[in-house]
Design a protein around this ligand. Structure first.
Ligand SMILES: [Zn+2]
Length: 309
């Protein structure tokens, strides 16, 4: 039972402008590195389906979904916030990215894949129940989690978010849902400037000061995340996998390395094996320096799938 790799060519068509860091090349950089490392040889490859409206409205307001779909331009760009815009392909790409999380959930829960990695964009963790922003339109991982809870009947799911930015959209969707435990690390005093005051008892938020390296990350995971995860005993684990905390990524000011992403992934795998039958779905979030993004994602996937490559 091979782990799953899920992506779609539509995810490359969403484009927010030539200089925008959330660029289509991110997908290819990760894909090529996984290929080069031999990791894709150890995975089953799937194309992401389009998420359906009933799936999306498990995580977003129906009016929000309709409004975003209607905003989709015939040509040019529609600005959503100063950093986030839609072209004529954005909505289709967003539906694929959310659909990837749904397919990943189905494959893993139904025992057809040991775990899954979704190499998709646009990212999702800044998209709230009724709000887009921060390069995000639909909260992919949240759509997958609500699918696991609602359709597959799981009772407890953990969401791990190690992107350099706080996943304010995910917190918005899950802060009052005790079926979900969200554990996150993020850089303090960085966009979206939230997270220090957790919005619910199911939020384990750990802000790290700028320039923090792997040592502080590992302490946060060991001292804050792992006790909460052990007590919660998740039946499945989702990951918002952002790699913009890497030392070479200018989008944030943390100093993480590939070895830190491998380490944190191993801790997540250990928790999933103890409580969740190893069930993990990981969805790409940030990571904008193409070289360190590709290397970090490969380090993450290698541990996720237990590869010797
Ligand atoms: Zn980020």
């Amino acid at each position: 039972m091979l782990p799953a790799y899920i992506s779609h060519p539509d995810c490359l068509k969403h484009d927010m402008g030539k200089q925008h860091p959330e660029c289509p090349d991110r997908i290819g950089a990760i894909h090529d590195m996984l290929l080069m490392k031999g990791l894709l040889d150890c995975m089953q490859t799937w194309e992401a389906p389009l998420a359906t409206e009933p799936q999306l409205t498990q995580a977003h307001a129906a009016l929000y979904v309709h409004t975003m779909a209607a905003l989709s331009p015939a040509d040019g760009h529609v600005q959503i916030d100063p950093d986030t815009s839609m072209n004529c392909h954005t909505w289709q790409a967003a539906l694929r990215a959310a659909g990837a999380a749904v397919l990943a959930t189905d494959l893993v829960v139904e025992g057809k894949a040991a775990s899954a990695f979704c190499n998709v964009r646009p990212p999702g963790h800044h998209a709230g129940y009724r709000e887009a922003g921060g390069f995000c339109f639909l909260n992919n991982v949240a759509v997958g989690i609500r699918h696991a809870l609602g359709v597959h009947g799981l009772a407890r799911v953990a969401l791990i978010d190690f992107d350099v930015h706080h996943g304010n959209g995910s917190e918005d969707i899950f802060h009052d849902d005790p079926r979900v435990l969200m554990c996150s690390i993020f850089e303090d005093k960085l966009y979206p400037f939230s997270g220090n005051l957790a919005r619910g008892p199911n939020m384990v938020n750990v802000g790290l000061p700028a320039r923090s390296g792997g040592e502080l990350l590992r302490a946060a995971v060991t001292d804050r995340w792992l006790p909460a995860l052990e007590a919660f005993k998740p039946e499945m684990v989702f990951i918002s996998a952002g790699f913009d905390g890497h030392r070479e990524d200018d989008m944030g000011n943390l100093a993480l390395l590939e070895a830190d992403y491998a380490w944190i992934t191993q801790r997540i795998v250990d928790v999933a094996r103890r409580h969740a039958g190893g069930r993990i779905v990981s969805c790409l979030e940030g990571g904008y320096d193409l070289s360190s993004l590709a290397r970090s994602a490969a380090a993450h996937v290698k541990v996720l799938i237990g590869a010797d490559a």
